[in-house]
Ligand binder design. Sequence first.
Ligand code: UD1
Length: 416
Amino acid sequence: MQKLAIEGGTPLRGDVCISGAKNAALPMMCASLLTSDVLKLNNMPNLHDISTMRKLLEQIGVTISVQGDEMLLHGANVNKLEAPYDLVKTMRASILVLGPLVARFGEARVSLPGGCAIGSRPVDIHIRGLQAMGATVYIEHGYIHAQAKRLTGARILFDIVSVTSTENLMMAAVLADGVTILENAAREPEILDLAQCLNAMGAKIEGAGSHTITITGVERLHGTTHHIIPDRIESGTFLVAAAATGGNIVLHNTRTDILDAVSEKLTEAGAQIRSSHDTMHLHMPERPRSVNVRTAPYPAFPTDMQAQFMALNAIADNSAMIIETIFENRFMHVQELRRLGAKIDVEGNTAMIRGVDRLEGATVMATDLRASACLVIAGLVAQGKTTIERIYHLDRGYEHIETKLSQLGANITRTQ
Ligand code: UD1
């Protein structure tokens, strides 16, 4: 199994290019199931999760080719309306094929995802939404079976704000008979990006990016070309890494307007940030100050940046509290940070971090995607050598992270 070896203590300096957003690319790839024409996606990140989704869609019958950061998806010969357990268990976003398959083919069989490292993460909201649109849904042998001759428009009120549920039901509704209104919808920029792609394919979606999304069903969608938005979590991870190491970096190909919650917290921590539309310059002239963080749905502070701020607070001046309100078990990185010398107490969904002067390198284990990013940041700061095991989690969501960090001066290598 591959590992990362980091010799910490070097401030990050230089320029780095941000890749396309994983969480926009995944649902958009599933949008290819909604048409028999070709969907062309540009700015596609090269990630393990993208390969998993490609494998799943190819099994379903989508023809896919990739050249550089451009992916062509052709859903003319879809013949297997199923997402099997072995793929769904490795990537929960596989549930995103459910809505499009039922919408276009009237049927789908998708494995229940089961547990994952950051909590139970049920899919009841996806299922209830399809039922409200007239689908018959039952669970048998660990699989969700959904059927509907043609879905019908409905008013669906989400009791919890859920990103992939909003995307799944938005994709289901574009080919439904009549108008669907999604209330208390998630407002993540990736949802707006998906809606813009679907509208370019002929869908009629209004209000994406707000709490209420109105979708007027159409008979058919056609192909289009779409440029995927930059990854705001990758952007945020590099910014925190630079801040934690006392660095000075410039992000290119990013989007500053979707990073407000993160840049506000970094400014509070003492970072000097200058932004234009698609570049962001961060300079950290002093030891970071601790910052309190409370995760919540967009536009508030993202849960996907919580672990990285835990690493920052671990070496910051003073104490701070991090409250995780989205996932119930998302503090797996705390145990590992303690191995590097961090002082963190956890009670329920709250972590109290007392910043220490220095962390010391050790061997640690990555437990999920963002926990891995937290450990990389901690390793970049720690004195001596940190070895991070199980980095396959990292490869799910960060494109060539060790190459990009090396370009910024980090002493980081991948070993077998
Ligand atoms: C998406 C993101 C993930 C991010 C998360 C929260 C993708 C591919 N993944 O995950 O990176 O961490 O949003 O910003 O975009 N819930 C239910 N029932 C459901 C669905 C969700 O109870 O049917 C709960 C979850 O357990 C969680 C909350 O709703 O407590 C929000 O989860 P959700 O927004 O659905 O996360 P994902 O869409 O899976």
